[in-house]
Design a protein around this ligand. Structure first.
Ligand code: C2O
Length: 469
């Protein structure tokens, strides 16, 4: 194992990823931030220099933080905010995990303003190591021309918000006619370009860093084989389109086996979940350029439906872990109901079992545990206490909201035992034999999900909807 040191400076600057100039949080001058790369077993040291102009904290999404829960990066929960003009060092090892992850600010709504980057943990024992020649990292995102603070207000009001655009690896073009008068905007900012060498096999690591948006990801004329979900190897799964929700990650193998040419990589908004049906949004595109193909010719434009009888989307039901591991029996059950309603001051908020978690910025929850408060959290704080070893927990979410909610569990993965519509959990339909294990899963609109996890990682860890913060 090695010690990998990363120096990251978070700073607000103006940038125009899609041609429209706005203020963004950059990391070492970049958006998205640099990809952090390490391998299983390494020690990762991240020196976060905060020059944003406001306090921050950085979370490594999907890292278990075994033995270092204080480096989970959640404000008011695992640490105090890092003040402006201070440096804070995260220092943790990754003894038992490898796969596709990301890091992002976990303070306020800063990640939506750009404070995101990929985090890849390579696996020397990767069972698929001989099945691909190169790796490509694909960071998807919805993109907003408005500051996230304003978005958050809209998100919590009946108005709702539709993104202005979407990006692949921080690039896309935008039609400036749609920009408000007086804004700085240039057309044809350009698309991301990926180089394919004929017959090479690529492992694409796809990360959705969006604030709100789920996408369908595909490459024209190319099949993909899913092999990894958030640190879990899967059985080979041939598909054409990959649905990917906020904060989720997948690895797929794509072979450059088509005629030498330019092809379109697509990230389509899953529009039905956007308030106005996302009418003004077009497909987010990038170029796959085969070595030897003309550099500047338009890529052939062939949606799946034009040359395939049927397009196979990834379905949860067909996702199977590569090594079958039967989850242990649950010893505890927790039911959480998601509902949106007005709080006492008339602001619409999301509630779990009638309460909203309030980060304690002056006395983080983890510090309270160290101070001996673990067993008397106020009931309305929504803190649940589990004991290790021995406990296995089934969390059933009942979503009374009309929107999907991508939920993420910190410090652990969970098995997705099953989900469905309505409020009645169909226990007989649960898969307790070979369910997939991941860290971010969609709770269907007006529906339910059952997640099982083993609380074997002492600390304070959040479970939350990943939309906008
Ligand atoms: Cu991406 Cu609380 O996490």
């Amino acid at each position: 194992p090695e010690k990998k040191v990363f120096d990251l400076t978070f700073k607000r600057t103006t940038l125009a990823p899609d041609g429209f100039t706005r203020s963004l949080i950059t990391i070492n001058g970049q958006y998205p931030g640099p990809v952090l790369e390490a391998k299983k077993g390494d020690r990762i040291v991240i020196n976060v220099r905060n020059e944003i102009g406001e306090p921050t904290a950085i979370h490594s999404h999907g890292m278990f933080q075994r033995g270092t829960p204080w480096f989970d990066g959640v404000t008011g929960q695992s640490q105090c905010l890092i003040p402006n003009n201070y440096t804070f060092t995260y220092d943790f090892t990754v003894p038992d995990q490898a796969g596709t992850y990301w890091y992002h600010s976990h303070a306020f709504t800063q990640y939506v303003d750009g404070a995101v980057g990929g985090l890849i943990i390579y696996d020397p024992d990767d069972p698929y190591l001989n099945e691909y020649d190169e790796e490509i990292i694909v960071v998807l995102s919805d993109y907003h021309h408005t500051e996230s603070e304003i978005l958050l207000k809209k998100f919590l009001s009946p108005e709702s918000e539709v993104p202005d655009n979407g990006l692949i690896n921080g690039k896309n073009s935008f039609n400036c006619k749609k920009a408000p008068k007086g804004s700085k905007c240039v057309d044809n900012a350009g698309l991301a370009k990926f180089e394919f060498v004929p017959n090479k096999r690529y492992r694409l690591r796809i990360i959705n860093t969006s604030a709100f948006s789920a996408f369908f990801f595909s490459i024209d004329k190319h099949e993909m084989e899913v092999i990894e979900v958030e640190g879990t190897y899967t059985k080979r799964n041939k598909i054409h389109r990959l649905p990917i929700n906020v904060a989720q990650r997948y690895s797929v193998i794509v072979t450059a086996n088509q005629p030498v040419d330019n092809y379109i990589m697509r990230s389509e908004f899953q529009k039905d979940c956007l308030p106005d049906g996302g009418k003004k949004l077009s497909i987010v595109k990038a170029i796959v350029h085969y070595e030897g193909a003309p550099e500047n010719s338009a890529p052939i434009n062939v949606p799946w439906k034009d040359f395939l009888e049927q397009c196979i989307d990834l379905r949860h039901e067909t996702l199977r872990p590569l090594s079958e591991e039967r989850p242990p029996k649950a010893t505890k059950e927790l039911e959480l109901t998601i509902a949106f309603h007005n709080d006492s001051s008339g602001v619409v908020k999301a509630f779990l079992n009638g309460s909203s978690y309030v980060p304690d910025l002056t006395f983080p929850t983890l510090s309270r545990v160290f101070a001996g408060e673990a067993n008397h959290f106020p009931r309305d704080r929504n803190v649940h206490v589990f004991n290790t070893p021995g406990e296995v927990v089934d969390i059933t979410f009942i979503n009374t909201d009309e929107g999907d909610h991508p939920f993420h569990l910190h410090g652990h993965q969970f098995w997705v035992l099953g989900f469905g519509n309505g409020t009645h959990v169909d226990k007989k339909s649960l898969n307790t034999v070979d369910p997939i294990k991941r860290d971010t899963s969609t709770i269907p609109a007006s529906g339910w999900i059952v997640l099982r996890f083993v609380p074997d990682n002492p600390g304070v860890f959040g479970i939350h909807c990943h939309m906008i913060c």
